[in-house]
Each structure stands twice: as structure tokens, then as C-alpha cells.
Design a protein around this ligand. Sequence first.
Ligand code: F6R
Length: 365
Amino acid sequence: TKAGYPHFMLKEIHEQPQGIRETLNRRLDENNQIMFDDINLDKSNIDSITNIYIIACGTAYNAGLQGKFALQKIAGIKADADIASEFRYSDPFIDENTLVILVSQSGETLDTLAALREAKSKGATTLAITNVIGSSIAREADNVIYTWAGPEIAVASTKAYTTQVVVFYMLALYLADIKENISKENYSHIVDELLAIPDKVQSIIETEEKIKKIAEKIKDNTNGFFLGRGLDYSIATEASLKMKEVAYMHTEAFASGELKHGTIALIEENVPVVAIATQDNLFEKSLSNIKEVKARGAYVIGVTQISNRTIEEVADEVIFIPETDDLIAGITAIVPLQLLAYYVSILRGLDVDKPRNLAKSVTVE
Ligand code: F6R
């Protein structure tokens, strides 16, 4: 049931603090050490991993983009994310030293399942991140880490996504620890920051009215853009997908650095541009990108951490997210943008839980 909410999507956005908390708690021992004891990877297996492929479709792929960032930055292992339907036909370089991670809320997506079979046949070690116990992908993968988002009913994925990203961070920490790539202090610091995420997500959800007002301003636009650099670009990709699928607004996610290489030609008077700028080391660059699109008439909605107040001088609207370690800011930054897509959809009078032409589980190619 919708438990008093008008739509499943809104209910599921609101369930994220709980889902994230559960996903963390299931895997932390009393000393806040990450437990993946059931995962069949010992130190020698882990040391021999030369590269990781993350394979998924749609939103799960977008979670994989954050996963790539986490695995490379924290565990120091080369990681790539690929779309399942592309991966299968790309003659991927896979051998016994490759770890292939399949991400799937349902655990039934056909292309992801086929990629899993292909990876196994080439001798890779496989690991599934899924929300459905006993699903096909969970059964066939060598190892499984479950997300504990609870059943996701709305076609658009929200709580599965954030819990998938949380799993990637735990996995990155776990691998980093075994590879002795991380100090005890840094490990505990990131775990503590992860444990603080549910309350931060809750506080973002409580700013819903403000996000609804922003949705009112952009609801009649036919096009929109999401900009970001590094981790923020992967968030832009997911935010753009949400807006397309539930609000039918044609949006694109651009890597900010690519603007000048062609895409800035699309910026015109009053077009909404959501500029995601959570990373301190890239903040000045993001500000100058905002100025570039502002100068061409864009209506800029900035998304940043609370300390970055200067963004108010250049953006038309700012969505502030609570301060967190930059490394994991993607988990919080997506939440207001899920809400933005939800409200644009509602204001347009669309069927937000069942967008046209879409199915919850895609078991055909
Ligand atoms: C978008 C969405 C889809 C799914 C994709 C993969 O909101 O829900 O893009 O993420 O179809 O589905 P799973 O995760 O079940 O493999």
C-alpha cells in the first residue's frame, strides 16, 4: 500500500533514510567494521583483481557510475561501468583476474543476466548487487550483496539507487582494507560519514516544499540540462533520467567540461540548467560554468553543500544539501533531484508511478 502517500514514488523517496540505514546495518559489526564474510574473495583473490567491470541498465547503471568512482578512489582498483546491452557485444577484456559486478534492483533484467552469463563463461568472478532475494541474477552470480531498500513498486527507481550506491562504498572500503590501501582512521571516518547519511537525507526530504516551488518554475519548459564534473556528472546522469522518465521533459546530462565542445550551443533564454557542484576541489570550475550558461540566459538551479554559499551570487535558485565528506556527496545530492522530477511530473498531471511505455522489470532485449 501507499501508506498514506499519494504515490509510490514519493513514498519510496521518503523511505530512503530507512533503506540506507538497513543496508548499512546489515553489513556492519559492533565495531563498525564491514562484514562481507559470505563473499568468496580472500586476500589473494582480491590482490589478484586487476580490473572491475560494473554492468547494469538504466538507473542501476547510473549507480554503477558512482560505484566506479568509489572503487577507484577508495580501493584503488581500475573500474569501468558499462551498459549491459552494450557490454555483451563489445568483446570485453575479461579473464580470471576480472571482477564483474552486476547491479540490478529486480535481479531479472535480461541484458544484465546475459552479461553475467558471458562474464562467468570467460572465467571472471561475479558479484551481484540486487534488491530481490533469490532473483535470477542473485542465484547465478558467484556472490551477492543485497540492498535492503524494501520492495520498490514505482517504475522509476529511487531507493534502490541510493542503497546500491551505499553498497558500492561499503565494498570499496572492504576491498581497500583487505588490500591495505586505507588507514584505520580514514576507514572509520568514511563509515561514520555513511552512518550519518540517513539523517541528512531526511533533512533534505523536509525541504520538499522548496523543491516543489522550483518544480513550478520549470514545469512548462520542454528542455533542460544537468551539469556536473566528476562524481557530480554521474549524479547529473541519474537526475536527467528521472526527469525524462517521469516528467517527460527532454533533458540531457553534460559533463561540465564538455560544454565548450559543442553543447553550449543549446543554451538559450530561460532554459533550466541544474548545476550540481558538491565537490570542493571542483567548485570554482563549476562556478565558472554556471556563469557561462547564465550569460546565455539559462535559469540556473545550483545543487551544493551548505558551506558553498557563494553559489547564491550566480545561480537563480540553490538547493543546499547538508555538509558531508565530498567522497559520498552523491548519495545525498540525488535526493532533491528525485523530488524535482516527481513534482514536475505531478504538476504536469502525469501518471508518475507508471510512466508511459515503461515496465518495472525488463525481461526482453
Ligand atoms: C529507471 C529504472 C530503470 C531500471 C532498469 C534496470 O528509474 O528504474 O532504468 O533501473 O530497467 O532495472 P533493474 O535494476 O531491475 O535491473
